[in-house]
Ligand binder design. Structure first.
Ligand code: PEP
Ligand code: MN
Length: 445
């Protein structure tokens, strides 16, 4: 390990927030030792490629689409599930690219998104109180005392599940599934019949005609047949992220090879905290979530610490203010960051500031609030002359009922039908496509 990366003990000395309370330290040490020897899921050179693409986002020349589950689960590592998530992201990306004529950088919240920060350490149900579920990386979702004990072996399962998922993703995106000539076949099952599915069909036919024309004149570039797709997750459990931090043999620099892009969450972005301390040493492109309590000076200080060389593409600010706060809260941040000449890609997370509990008890979000926050994000950036660089969303490729509203007009009463998230509510595939068309409209203006 390079002398520049602090060791785990040094990180723990910073009292990191949101860490598992492992009962047995020696078992943790054994797992960390094992993880230090496993092959990397991603390569440092791929992280550099993504950084170059995000630099284009920071310059206003590309749009970033980042999406996937709030929390992946080990059980969810199936071919169907991975394909469905990839499919909705490909559909959204093609809508954004075609309808807005902007290159789209595609990043999944996938192949590593297994650890969750929680607002409370405990959960109470029917008078019984147990440790909160912190994601499959840490403990089990079942509400029993045994299942809620943090188990370090789960970090090995995170590695294996991430590697299996990434393997499948790589096969899908290079092996023909992401070929643009498949643009119609992505529009299958329940989505095809929806109003937005019909809108997509019209667009897909136009794309197909254009492709046929290109082929007829002899143009058939590689880009028509495969896409670049990258993985990302919140870098939360320090044992895991530290064990996956390796020195790249090409550059002699440390990279966290657990994923291409890593972000620091709203609850762990303390300037002198362990998460900032670890990620400031790795060379990956990274993000930080910024909620409504962020001051302009906080944003500047984070940029100075995480990107002291002011390299474009290195740092993404993922703002998550909430629909009611973004129009007042975002401008001071952008103004100060821009005035200081700080290079950053601005991305909108319209999910995490808009969560509430429905009368039925389910955690949900209103589709209209999601759209309103994205509209506020665009309006603020447009009025300041800065670039609304992208979207960060929680979604699934399935027909779930977790967020209310949208063209299907899901209500509180529908939530019980198919609520499958183990953490936050996700847009279903119809809602995700609707969002993509609305955002394409905002980008065009
Ligand atoms: C998340 O992305 O699932 C999350 C917990 O976000 P935040 O850190 O912005 O609350
Ligand atoms: Mn979430």
């Amino acid at each position: 390990m390079s002398s520049t990366v602090p060791d785990l003990a040094a990180l723990h000395a910073l009292h990191p927030a949101q860490q598992p309370a492992y009962p047995d330290r020696s078992a943790v040490d054994a797992v960390v030792a094992k993880l230090r020897s496993v092959p990397p899921p991603v390569f440092a050179g791929e992280c550099d490629d993504l950084k170059t693409k995000i630099a284009a986002v920071a310059r206003g020349e590309a749009f970033l689409l980042q999406g996937g589950d709030c929390a992946e689960t080990f059980e969810g590592v199936t071919a169907d599930n991975v394909r469905n998530k990839l499919r909705v992201l490909l559909q959204m990306a093609v809508v954004l690219t075609y309808a807005a004529s902007v290159p789209v950088v595609k990043v999944g919240r996938i192949a590593g998104q297994y650890a969750k920060p929680r607002s409370s350490d405990l959960e109470t149900r029917d008078g019984v109180t147990l440790p909160a579920y912190r994601g499959d990386a840490v403990n089990g979702y079942d509400f029993t005392p045994e299942s809620r004990v943090p188990d370090p072996q789960r970090l090995v399962d995170v590695y294996n599940s991430s590697a299996a998922t990434l393997n499948l993703v790589r096969a899908f995106v290079t092996g023909g599934y992401a070929d643009l000539r498949q643009v119609h076949t992505w529009n299958t099952d329940f989505v095809r019949e929806s109003a937005v599915g019909q809108q997509y069909e019209v667009m897909a036919s136009e794309i197909e005609r254009a492709l046929t024309f290109m082929k007829a004149i002899g143009a058939d570039p590689d880009e028509f047949h495969r896409v670049d797709f990258h993985s990302s997750h919140e870098a939360l459990v320090l044992e895991y992220e530290h064990a996956m931090t390796r020195i790249d043999s090409r550059t002699d620099q440390p990279y966290d090879v657990s994923g291409h892009f890593l972000w620091i969450g709203e609850r762990t972005r303390q300037l002198d905290g362990a998460h900032v301390e670890l990620l400031r040493h790795v060379k990956n492109p990274i993000g930080v979530k910024l909620g409504p309590s962020t001051s302009p000076d906080d944003a500047l200080a984070l940029a100075a610490r995480l990107n002291p060389e002011n390299e474009a593409g290195r740092l993404t600010f993922i703002t998550r203010f909430g629909a009611g706060k973004i129009r007042d809260g975002l401008p001071p941040l952008i103004e100060k960051v821009t005035a200081e000449g700080v290079q950053v890609a601005w991305i909108c997370d319209p999910m995490h500031g808009n969560t509430f509990e429905a009368s039925s008890g389910y955690k949900t979000r209103r589709f209209d609030d999601v759209i309103e926050e994205v509209q506020g994000f665009f309006d603020v950036h447009r009025s300041l002359g800065t670039w609304p660089g992208g979207l960060h969303v929680e979604l699934t490729g399935d027909d779930v009922t977790e967020c209310v509203g949208g063209g299907e007009e899901l209500t509180d009463l529908d939530l019980a039908n198919r609520y499958e998230s183990v953490c936050d509510p996700r847009l279903n595939r119809v809602q995700s496509l609707e969002l993509a068309f609305l955002v394409a409209g905002m980008l065009r203006k």
